[in-house]
Design a protein around this ligand. Structure first.
Ligand SMILES: Cc1cc2nc3c(=O)[nH]c(=O)nc-3n(C[C@H](O)[C@H](O)[C@H](O)COP(=O)(O)OP(=O)(O)OC[C@H]3O[C@@H](n4cnc5c(N)ncnc54)[C@H](O)[C@@H]3O)c2cc1C
Length: 351
């Protein structure tokens, strides 16, 4: 039997933080470590929870279930941390063309879309500020998470409670004997890896086929008043207040460690030109790497040969929406309350 019930979590991005919060709620002891390494996705993420995406206006996988649990979790965590970081947000989606209008018409009366497709606006309703010549519609039940405020608030709480270690963990410092993991000589019940795209360096999970993508996000100032909320037409603008917006984002699968390139800036500018009458003033450019698995599903569970080692990864471009439910699921599995969902199970990538 392990000599300790303490769980070591590696990485305090969205995945690690949400898992730590679930374990804390369940009364489990943990230590969470964060090395503040470059390219973290959570350090730049816009935190948009959008249930309907893409040209086909596709409803996100399990959107109702994930959104419901995300909303409850973030609201609970706001009370716990004493900071405001979650907001229900109007999301205005501009039609790109007539084809999209047809898709919207087909989907708007389907039962599975009733919670998500809202009011339709006629062509040029917002023409003073937006290029909405094909009209627009509202996506319901969208929200935003201020990821960085949430993570900083959680970090302060973990530090206060003595459950934070601000250090990069070297894999060589972890040893396993009789299914008991030790880090720097101390035994833990389990080690859970939440290191985002850096799972590629992890000796126990590095063979998981990841297709992580670099994304650029910009802070911009359009300089003219815009309709309330997020505006999306492929690329998007998210209001931060005082006339400042985030604009994004790009997806790049090659050369993901590179600095922001001119073509990424050009891509966002082109996207902005499809939404606004002018290109907004650029204030800042940032990039991060979204950790995505080959099948685009999260990767959750335990190493088949070394069950003291676990993983929560693969949140891709939807960490804010899916993260809370995934963290709860893994916490329930750790407590023996449920079995790991086979669609998410990391064992799909073994053998
Ligand atoms: C430009 C961009 C925009 C995005 N916008 C959205 C959005 O609008 N909505 C949304 O839902 N999602 C968005 N995402 C995706 C979202 O950010 C990710 O799904 C989520 O942040 C992944 O969290 P993570 O904790 O798995 O990984 P990360 O955020 O990368 O965190 C991993 C952490 O582990 C730490 N770490 C790694 N190795 C070690 C080690 N050995 N020791 C100690 N610490 C270690 C790293 O320093 C890092 O902090 C966006 C991502 C990008 C890049």
């Amino acid at each position: 039997m392990p000599s300790t019930k303490e769980i070591l979590i590696i990485g305090q991005g969205l995945a690690g933080t949400l898992l730590a919060m679930e374990l804390r709620k369940a009364g489990k002891k943990f230590l969470i470590t964060e090395g503040r390494l470059p390219h973290s996705a959570s350090a730049v993420a816009a935190g948009i929870l959008n249930p309907v995406t893409g040209k086909r206006l596709a409803k996100s996988w399990e959107a109702n279930k994930f959104l419901k649990y995300a909303r409850e979790t973030y609201q609970e965590l706001e009370s716990l941390i004493g900071k405001s970081f979650f907001r229900e947000t109007r999301l205005l989606r501009l039609f790109k063309d007539e084809e999209e209008q047809k898709i919207w018409k087909k989907k708007k009366d389907l039962a599975e879309y009733k919670d998500f497709l809202g009011k339709r606006y006629q062509e040029c309703e917002f023409k003073d500020s937006l290029k909405d010549r094909h009209g627009s519609f509202e996506i319901l039940n969208a929200a935003t998470l201020d990821v960085q405020t949430f993570l900083m608030g959680a970090r302060d709480l973990f530090a206060l409670e003595g459950s934070l270690c601000e250090k990069k963990i070297e894999y060589d410092d972890i040893s396993i004997a009789n299914d008991i993991p030790k880090y720097s000589g101390k035994a833990y019940h389990k080690v859970i890896f939440c290191e985002g795209f850096r799972v590629g360096d992890n000796p126990w999970f590095q063979h998981i086929p990841m297709e992580s993508s670099q994304g650029e996000i910009q802070t911009v100032m359009p300089g003219t008043p815009l309709p309330e909320g997020i505006i999306n037409c492929g690329k998007w603008l998210r209001p931060l207040g005082n006339g400042i917006f985030q604009a994004g984002s790009t997806h790049k699968w090659n050369d993901i460690l590179s600095a922001p390139q001119k073509e990424d800036d050009d891509e966002i500018k082109e996207g902005m030109k499809k939404i606004l009458h002018h290109v907004p003033t650029l204030i800042r450019r940032e990039t991060g790497i979204r950790p995505a698995s080959k099948d685009r599903k999260p990767v959750v569970g335990f190493h088949p040969q070394k069950p003291c080692l676990g993983i929560l990864n693969g949140l891709g471009a939807k960490g804010s929406m899916m993260g809370p439910w995934m963290a709860r699921h893994l916490s329930d599995v750790i407590q023996g309350l449920t079995q790991i969902d086979s669609e998410l199970d990391v064992r799909r990538y073994f053998n």
